[in-house]
Design a protein around this ligand. Sequence first.
Ligand code: KG4
Ligand code: ZN
Length: 341
Amino acid sequence: DAAALVLGIETSCDETACAVLDGAGVVRAELVASQIADHAPFGGVVPEIAARAHLAALGPMVASVLRTAGVRAADVSAVAATVGPGLIGGLIIGGGFAKGMALATGADFYAINHLEAHALTARLPGLSAVPPAFPYVLLLVSGGHTALIAVEGVGRYRQLGTTLDDAAGEAFDKVAKLLGLAYPGGPALELLAAEGDAARFALPRPMLGRSGCDFSFSGLKTAVAQLVAARPAGALDREDAAAIAASFQAAVVATMADRLAHALAMMPSASGVVVAGGVAANQAIRTGLRAVAARTGHALFAPPLRLCTDNATMVAWAAIERARAGLGPDALATPCRPRWP
Ligand code: KG4
Ligand code: ZN
């Protein structure tokens, strides 16, 4: 109900986030602090640095988000935290914080699966005229995950396919690094690709035409590495780099479109397609997926960017969906689960 107030907390990777939603799913306040600058010197997320940064940031951020929402801690009816999958240090900090707050205020505690939160985000009220109805196909593409999932209901998920090696975002970041772009390179690679000739280099299109919905990106990454290595040192000019970026992105789009088409064929009852995760920010990918969805008569739901990448609004919303479905609240003894399929 709209009088309820749900605090969401997200600390599973390199974003510290918290949000206050009312029970109807209306966002009262939301905050995200990225740790990208802390990890950039290392070229990737360093777990202990992430945990320490969450610990330093979370308390003041929760105080601030409550203040912005005009809510006292004592008025929060439920505290929801991501307890997996993710980096254990961060999960313990967010989960422990949420449990302590629930215990102190008498609020309910919800232990949220990060992937479930991504899976349900598109149903947040107000994002689309008609929110996606169950069942739908979810393509989750982030730095840590690449999966096609049949979302059949709250708490009812079936994995149709996943990556056999690198995650999609990881592939973007590794290729960006090969091209000399700063971490995380996904967004920079998309910008560079826009000025490149995608037809100049023929890169492999992994998994294309193969049955099922699995992904693979390591062969494509290796092909890019070989292209780069074949040039004499220092001879990779901007035009070359842009052409490689464009070819790589085109290969990823082709693969994703093919895999999505297979998923839709495996799930004829799907009402639509939802994309989520940081890689879903990529406009070429969105365009490619939209074409596949349109061809099969499905709508494509792509949440706004701030809700595609890691955030706490999706965590609070998942708790609301679970509460409505009669799933939860959860026990204070609920453990964190770094691996949680
Ligand atoms: O969902 P996210 O913010 O964090 C998690 O991994 O959970 O995703 C981050 C990933 C990074 O690998 C980043 O390079 C990639 O999403 N990414 C992009 C774009 N924006 C972010 N990849 C391709 N094109 C983009 N525009
Ligand atoms: Zn995520």
